[in-house]
Design a binder for this molecule. Sequence first.
Ligand code: 13P
Length: 248
Amino acid sequence: MRKKIVAGNWKMNGSYELINSLVPALAEEAKQSQAEILVCPPSLFLGDVRRQAGERLLVGAQNCHEAESGAFTGEVSTGMLAELQLSHVLVGHSERRAIYGETDALIAQKTKAAIAAGLVAVLCVGETLEERENGRTLDVVLGQVKAVVEQLELADWSKLVVAYEPVWAIGTGKTASSDQAQEVHRAIREALAGFSQEHADAMRILYGGSVKAANAEELFACPDIDGGLVGGASLNVDEFISICRAAN
Ligand code: 13P
């Protein structure tokens, strides 16, 4: 049985005020939750959030650099994230692919760097509206997944989580229906089974894109959906806790 994960991606939002109201409440929630609860605040706040998170609330970064160290002004390495006692890092978020031009090859390098540092990489994949309308959803999504997993050893898969986030559903209020999401999640798991059935069965595949309290339960009830990666709704304590409970 795969343990569910509910992850909050704050993106470039948040403040000490938000941290002080949200993190203690989530730390409490995490103590009794059957799901893993993860928060990914902006990198500037990672140390403070980690200190307030207690033992059960997981804290991750939204991005990392692929190199160990060096002359990369403004960047943060996976070793630094590990030193902060973080457990996860998002890689390949569609905003990083679209706005910062991150390629599959770069995302594979970041994933390897994250795993080498002992972090769990949350690999984000998803199609644009145009790609969906052209019938290319599975081509695009499975291509993004394979580009990374082909570069990994099977032993690394325990340090990988996949997040399917259709780009057209991010921040738009348009959630994929549970059938649409389940179809893609199943296809991802089948593609992974081409490498190893056992490892594919163990892989957590999260859904992201306008997840909220009102739709979380239906999404999380799908057989191949193992939790959510939540943007906007993760900034509201009541809403996010309701989503966490929907995963129980
Ligand atoms: P929203 O939940 O705001 O649609 O964002 C989803 C997302 O991009 C999480 O990484």
